[in-house]
Design a protein. Structure first.
Length: 85
């Protein structure tokens, strides 16, 4: 266990950030899965709206919980699938 006041604070801050990042990562995965299932269903209007929502979540997480290039790649792949419909 930490003995210094600053160390105790860092433990609390790290736990809080970990919870936030886990939540964000989960939200991105959920939005992406919803978009992919909408694309698989074949309804283009639903797929486009689900992809927009997923894109928003992914871009908000870019640079925070995932690298910017990975975020761009995920968005690009979703967009390609929409275009192929």
């Amino acid at each position: 266990m930490a003995n210094h006041k600053s160390s105790k604070k860092r433990i609390l801050v790290t736990a809080k950030k970990n919870a936030i990042n886990t939540s964000r990562r989960s939200a991105v995965k959920t939005a992406t899965k919803k978009a992919l299932s909408a694309i698989a269903s074949g309804d283009k209007a639903t797929a486009v709206s689900a992809t927009r929502a997923a894109e928003s979540k992914i871009m908000k997480s870019a640079g925070k919980i995932m690298p910017k290039k990975r975020a761009a790649r995920k968005i690009s792949r979703l967009t390609k699938k929409i275009a192929a419909m």
